[in-house]
Design a protein around this ligand. Sequence first.
Ligand SMILES: Cc1cc2nc3c(=O)[nH]c(=O)nc-3n(C[C@H](O)[C@H](O)[C@H](O)COP(=O)(O)O)c2cc1C
Length: 202
Amino acid sequence: MSENEKQKNHKLVIVVGSVREGRFGPVVASWVAEQARVHGGFDVEVVDLGDVEIPLSLPAESPKYAGDSYPRPAGMAPLTSSLEEADAFVLVTPEYNHSYPAALKAAIDWHFTQWTAKPVAFVSYGGAAGGRHAVLHLENVLTELHAVTIRDGLAFPNYFTAWEDGQPLDPQAPGYAKTLLDQLAWWAAALSTAREASPYPA
Ligand SMILES: Cc1cc2nc3c(=O)[nH]c(=O)nc-3n(C[C@H](O)[C@H](O)[C@H](O)COP(=O)(O)O)c2cc1C
């Protein structure tokens, strides 16, 4: 790793994956962003899918091959640039019917190269399973996009009793977040160096 690479803060995009009225997602995402700022290894941006125009109907062509000419709606442009500029992602997801929200799937499907050869970590929440079914599905999907998924995630079971005043009650949660962010930072540096050295053969 070069000296420049060591000094550079990579861009972390934290995605709020739920857009439901009365959702809890932004609370979790704010806490993750706070942990990432304390960690210090990233420039942090929170992207809320609730603020983005994400139609379910996709264009005829594939975003994998269309490149910049892919006809995305104007209201999606800020999301696309954030994903494009990101060196690493944290997807914050609840569990809906043993999977993740449709808005998050649509946001993923409108893009392709923006995910490729970049690391993705997961923070989930829900009932007894803490969103783990959602994360298992996301891991499969992100692999198809040539993203690298991070093993150590955070899951918050029964979040409605496990959080107070915007913070998880588990005193170990910040430590788990640090482990996740350390792994994400390692991959962000490694993959950003690799992308600069040569195009990923997707
Ligand atoms: C359509 C729907 C399906 C759900 N299915 C599950 C589920 O399968 N497992 C689970 O643990 N929680 C489930 N829940 C509960 C959610 O985890 C909980 O409502 C959570 O707050 C959703 O995140 P949000 O508030 O950010 O939308 C479901 C909620 C909704 C709205």
